[in-house]
Design a protein around this ligand. Sequence first.
Ligand code: SF4
Length: 365
Amino acid sequence: MYVQDILAKAREGERITREEGIELYRHAELLDLAEAANEIRFRKNPGQQVTFVVDTNPNYSNVCTIDCIFCAFYRHPGEEGEYTYTVDHMIGKFKESAGHGVTTVLLQGGVHPSLPFDYYKELVRRTRKEVPEVFPHFFSTSEIIGMAHGAGMSTEQVLRELWDAGLRSLPGGGAEILSDRVKKKISRLKGTSADWAGVMKQAHRIGYKTTATMMYGHLENEEDVVEHLELVRQIQDEGNGFTAFIPWSFKPGNTPLEKIIPHYATPTRYLQMIAFSRLYLDNLPHIQASWFSEGKKTGQMALHFGADDFGGTLQEENVHAAANFVNTTSTEECVRLIHDAGFSAAQRTTLYEILRVIPTAEVAV
Ligand code: SF4
């Protein structure tokens, strides 16, 4: 099938196949992808509104033994620079963030080899009780699998106990590229694509909402990208638990993988990824553009390539910072960037409920 036929099929709301996806990804013109993706974006999320969340992304520990070669963040147990914060310390941080208007805390570790499962449950329970202003969006699939190993439980049991403690939402971290060909090279000890999918499916069955993510721009090819999106689409068909798809590009600084891939993926590639994922993921409501990981201008442009969400304000971020990649914003600037891109801004919750629509007049200039 020719590229224009595949685009027409997607625009009509028909699902494109894996083979058609590969064809599209390899041969479609960027602006053709953008036009079709934008049409679908406005069909799924009508109106000139772009959402964002006021959030923070702290880490309770950087201790990890998984040795992903794309990661500059972790330290082995006992290594200089390792840290693990107490629950009291984290609750203090969350309270401070809540005081600055934060409504979502995206929290991840390392995969700590010896933290007791009670630590994680207490973290969730006390967050719900003592900082009800923030919604916990805690723990990647890798951490859930690590907790299960450590506690001698199944991942389903872990998810159920965290649910009972009050957790309702998980971030999509740990996916990277859902192609075992690549996973074996970049995160050998992290588990397979099926492991990530298994935890996500269990979580959705229990009632969790989660995001789906992708880190690209390293050793993957077009087929790996389509394999990733295909798996996300299949999981969504089963459980309808993904709120959004969030791609970002690999940041090489201070990572072992830097020796092979020393450069950032281009903004053009990012825009292609945003538009293509909107077309392929016909069952996901939201595609998230990132001012943070790709730069503010590229983030704004992505809103014209099929994305309908601008991500979070990220008051704290340590993982990209460890790779010498730092970018910051404020709620005011985030709103202004959305407005300047030609949209109205709406602050949302973790689960995409609208908290307030912000008219231009409210923004300080
Ligand atoms: S990406 Fe996560 S699991 Fe992998 S080494 Fe870094 S902290 Fe550990």
